[in-house]
Design a protein around this ligand. Structure first.
Ligand SMILES: [Zn+2]
Length: 143
């Protein structure tokens, strides 16, 4: 099915708003306007069952071990990638300023992920996704 949220449909307005985010208050307003998770459709149980059949992990890709991720909303892969990229690269430095200069090591909870393909690895290295060639996103899980 794959729902395309407003931020993918009204891309110019969205990009304009995104460029204006400077403060935590800006970020909150931006996220409230564009990332209305409560309105996004959730994957059906049939979709989740089908996904878990092929998402057997971990898998080895380009010499690294990856695990699959499960996103509950039924967005297009492009929307999913844009959503997580923006949370991490626009919202992240505002919400977690201490992480900006931090060493991006797995010991500190960092992973490289491709939300398009829903894969994640703690073997930090090559910054490009081995499946879709998009830039991998550094995500932190800890605390
Ligand atoms: Zn990818």
């Amino acid at each position: 099915m794959n729902y395309s949220p407003n931020f993918m449909i009204h891309r110019n307005d969205y990009e304009t708003d995104k460029k204006r985010v400077r403060s935590l208050e800006d970020w909150k307003l931006f996220a409230q306007k564009w990332f209305k998770e409560a309105e996004w459709p959730r994957k059906s149980s049939e979709q989740l069952t089908a996904e878990s059949k092929w998402k057997r992990g971990p898998v080895r890709l380009s010499g690294r071990v990856w695990t699959y991720k499960f996103f509950p909303y039924d967005l297009t892969p492009e929307a999913r990638y844009e959503y997580f990229l923006t949370l991490r690269e626009v919202g992240g430095p505002i919400k977690f300023p201490d992480e900006v200069q931090m060493e991006k090591s797995p010991e500190l909870g960092w992973r490289q992920e491709c939300p398009y393909d829903e894969i994640s690895t703690d073997e930090i290295g090559e910054p490009i996704c081995p499946l879709c060639q998009r830039r991998l996103i550094l995500e932190r899980y800890s605390d």
